[in-house]
Ligand binder design. Sequence first.
Ligand code: NAP
Length: 302
Amino acid sequence: MDTSGSGVPVFPAQQGTTVAVGAAGQVGRELVATGAVPVTRRDMDLLASPRDLRETALRLFASADTVVNVAAWTAVDAAEDPVNAAAVEGVNATAPGILAAAAAEVGARFLHVSTDYVFSGVPVRADRPWQVDDPVDPVNVYGVTKAAGEDAVRAHGGTVVRTAWVWSGPHEPGRDFVSTMADLAASGRDPLVVDDQTGRPTRAGDLAAGLMELSRLTGELPPTLHYTDSGEPVTWFGFAREVFRLLGHDPDRVGACASGDRLSPARRPAWSVLDLSDWCRLATAPPPWRDSLREGLSVAGG
Ligand SMILES: NC(=O)c1ccc[n+]([C@@H]2O[C@H](COP(=O)([O-])OP(=O)(O)OC[C@H]3O[C@@H](n4cnc5c(N)ncnc54)[C@H](OP(=O)(O)O)[C@@H]3O)[C@@H](O)[C@H]2O)c1
């Protein structure tokens, strides 16, 4: 193994087939755009019986070198409704372990995307990003089920990649925060956005590129990694202001509010900043979120 003189391991590129489970979602679409083989709900329902799910997974993963699971129940507020409990548990907590086991059985690497919401949101020390091995302590059902899914994946030798604040942008209208803010800006409506949750946004395409890079690395991967775009942490309010500004609208049209002002069923962590140093030692450093936002909004300069 080459260490490029810096002690950082450099692995040779490896060509292989990457299968994306959850291919119709934000990150899944970007994975497919960069060459992954799509697996959608139509091909494999994660709520099938464990036996059927395993059999389908073994069939679909048979020629894969890497399986990336980006399927999840991501409706954080709806996850709090007891009516959805079995489905949320099935998709986020149970299915990932079955998929990871099937990947191990066919000899494929398994990458599983998880979330900052496994953390409490109260930093260990002020302004300290969450480390990969910090204890999880989720504050909502989505986070609890994602944390359980992480454990199941690691138990079968898979790698968990936590991310946060994923956005796609105006090319995927209505799917994410950035396209929603862009719509509001263009239609003259002035949003109120929470100013007490801090994190780092992640462009879906950046995360997909990072996952594809991981899929090509040879050698053992660590059990847990973090990937968000880089740069200084920001609140949702600050992020919304930047969308308005880059699109040529007055950022002062965005008003600030507190999480407590909103009657959301799910609590959300106040501090979501993930430490990226392990990722940066292993693979290409994520781009600054402001650069990705400018690019995603197709705005020069700014
Ligand atoms: N979005 C964020 O801000 C964010 C933040 C942190 C972490 N994450 C994590 O990042 C990953 C990707 O998120 P995303 O934003 O790309 O999610 P997304 O757009 O909501 O896509 C999730 C995909 O999962 C699929 N899915 C849900 N239930 C399924 C089932 N029973 N069987 C098969 N497929 C099913 C959905 O299929 P359909 O299209 O058919 O509904 C959808 O395509 C997830 O693991 C999520 O937890 C996301």
